[in-house]
Design a protein around this ligand. Structure first.
Ligand code: APR
Length: 324
């Protein structure tokens, strides 16, 4: 039987933790690639040596060249540079567009049928970059954001109410980061909507903490950004795709009319299965919620326009100049 193959680009904190989670669960063979020679190789050797103790037989290869990634079913892009304290996700835009564009070209070359999951920030703009550079259908370019944002919201609700995190379903839409749009009336504890359990003030405080969830960790860590929760969120998406679960998860997807949003990557409920994004679930929202979502989409559109000009500049630089 052919084994499922996942490539993780970027053997940093998110990439290597993701590799560990995938091989320990014996979900898929993994190729971990980094542009820094020997980083992927070193991490995978260490992981391989944990196999007899943990007890897994999943194959894992470390590399700094794309050859071994050939024919991957899923490619996760974590390559890039994380935020430093005080740095916004937007500051990262230019650097990471170049990284994601280069990585995507190699995905097209070595794994033209892969489903691409983007993790690199600023997330929605990086999804736009990967879609543009790959020319893949939107079903095969999705972003990890909402699963992480909802996990943060669920964690804070559970801490506030002192109940199991498993009892909590949360609903978060919009762009990843400051522009996210949590919807409290669709968020519940064992089926009970949270507005029936918490005051508006407390809900607002939890929403604020969720919005700043990534920044709070960045300022605590001093160097680097979150990776345990981002890698766990990515595993949930990979599993939904691999097992053709048709699971509805909040992801960044290209909206083409859903929620009245056009040609923009934004966090929406997505049904995931073996072809990637099977459907964007278009839920009815109240006017203020819709307005917030549209504001969030407008921010992403602004960034995506910047990405388009950066890509055009990069393409122009590559063209050989005509000799007179
Ligand atoms: N090709 C392959 N690997 C690359 C490239 C590239 N072009 N550019 C950078 N990398 C690698 C770096 O060498 C590094 O090992 O990407 C890795 C990034 O790892 P970290 O710096 O540890 O960053 P991490 O915490 O894993 O976050 C990665 O995920 O959540 C987001 O905001 C975060 O954009 C960041 C990304």
């Amino acid at each position: 039987m052919r084994r499922f193959k996942t490539t993780i680009v970027g053997a940093g904190n998110v990439g290597s933790t993701l590799a560990q989670r995938l091989v320990e669960k014996q979900l898929t063979d993994v190729v971990l690639i980094d542009r820094v020679t020997d980083r992927g190789e070193g991490k995978t050797l260490d992981l391989q040596q944990s196999a007899p103790i943990i007890g897994f037989d999943t194959k894992i290869i470390g590399t700094h060249e794309y050859g071994p990634t050939e024919g991957s079913d899923i490619v996760v892009i974590t390559a890039g540079f994380p935020r430093k304290p005080g740095m916004s996700r937007d500051d990262l835009l230019k650097t990471n567009v170049e990284v994601v564009a280069e990585v995507t070209e190699n995905i097209v070359k070595y794994s033209p049928d892969a489903i691409v999951i983007v993790v690199t920030n600023p997330l929605d703009a990086m999804c736009h970059t990967a879609l543009k550079v790959s020319g893949f259908p939107k079903s095969r370019v999705i972003g990890m954001a909402g699963v992480l944002d909802t996990a943060r919201f669920r964690t804070f609700i559970a801490m506030e109410l002192d109940v199991s995190v498993e009892n909590i379903h949360a609903f978060v839409l919009g762009g990843h980061g400051d522009a996210m749009v949590p919807i409290p009336r669709y968020s519940n504890v064992a089926g009970i909507p949270i507005p029936e359990l918490l005051s508006q003030d407390r809900i607002d405080a939890l929403i604020e903490r969720t919005r700043n969830g990534g920044a709070e960790i960045v300022s605590l860590l001093k160097t680097g950004s979150a990776y345990y929760a981002p890698s766990a969120a990515t595993v949930e998406m990979i599993e939904a795709i691999m097992v053709d679960k048709k699971m509805i998860l909040p992801c960044s997807a290209l909206c083409e009319g859903e929620y009245g949003i056009h040609n923009t990557y934004v966090g929406v409920p997505c049904k995931l299965g073996k072809e990637g994004l099977l459907e964007i679930v278009d839920v009815r929202l109240a006017n203020p919620e819709l307005e917030m979502l549209h504001r969030s989409a407008a921010q992403v559109r602004e960034q995506s326009a910047k990405v388009d000009s950066m890509l055009a500049e990069m393409a122009a630089l590559r063209k050989p100049s005509k000799k007179k």
